[in-house]
Design a protein. Sequence first.
Length: 131
Amino acid sequence: LIYLLSGCSSEMSPREVAIEFVASVVEGDSVAIEKYLDLDNMVKRRMQEVPPTDSTQTPQYFRDKIIKTLIGNGGTRASWKSMVPVINKENVQRDTAAVELTFLDKTYGKARYSMIYLYHSEKGWRVFYFL
């Protein structure tokens, strides 16, 4: 009986983390955003896109830019707030996952497709990139 109980996990799935992450952005909850988003990992990925000759785009520049877009009147938050998010299926490959999202425009009904990418760590599933 103890073995069976210890085998049960209350850990959130990648899809559940994606739902909570989107909700935290829409609500402007910076504490929850920080809980689900691995900002350092996302900054590292964004830095890989920067040409080596561009010294204006530092890690701190990307940290500030990403946070500003997710809270207050930031672009991502404003966009996600103006739409109805539909969290679709998850695709898990060992310790990484991709969750498909559809954002439906409340006024015109147009759909915008997006993805949230996650990895598994000792803290559970964490977002490391989103489109």
